[in-house]
Design a protein around this ligand. Sequence first.
Ligand SMILES: [Zn+2]
Length: 234
Amino acid sequence: MGRHKQHKPRRPRGESGQPTTEWFGTAFHSTEGMQHLDVRRSGNGILITSSPAEIDGVPASWPLRLRNDVDGGLNKVGAALAAGRGHVFGGTEGPGHRTALAFIPDHPEEGVGTLARVRTSVDPDGDVVFERSAERPMGLWAEAGENLLRIVPLLGPDAPPADELEDCLLCPGCYRPVYESSSSHTLIGAGPMPMVGLCRLCAEGTTLRSLRQANVPVDPQQRAVLETVAAAMA
Ligand SMILES: [Zn+2]
């Protein structure tokens, strides 16, 4: 089992001094590499994107949009994350099964929490299936929760519902989810192909510096992109 080395939260920064409606943080894991969490306003709800997460056992990015009326409101979700407290919410019933979202603190190891969509069979002997799950250090969840609580009052009662999830691209340098609305959204149009769609942190070289400091594994494709950028910027 690997361990979490550090995480580097990004402070919310508004260009105009306005409170931002987004937050982003990254943990560096000794065997899993970079693990991102992105929390942002999405219409009348909040979008939490974990990249990577496990979806049916395969690594992928997981955008989870929660409406403000989910079981007692987003404030409960934010408070549970911030306090590191277990919380089950957003339950739905299907034929023969139930699905719910769960925040499971300090699992499977101390200091690590899991956000999961869990499907249970109505049959008491049935299986419990983790359809989607994301493991992150408790400290990163706590910051995500604090920022979620900060963003909820900014949703406004008249915020339009977001019918469709915003599209996100994964930055080729770090697989961070980059939304059109991200304040750090960067597109480098010119230059070698892999540089298109890089997030600002990769374009500035911050990601490569953080990785070297943390000494964590990087996907060879990501490393190639980051080193190409570093060479181009030198
Ligand atoms: Zn990046």
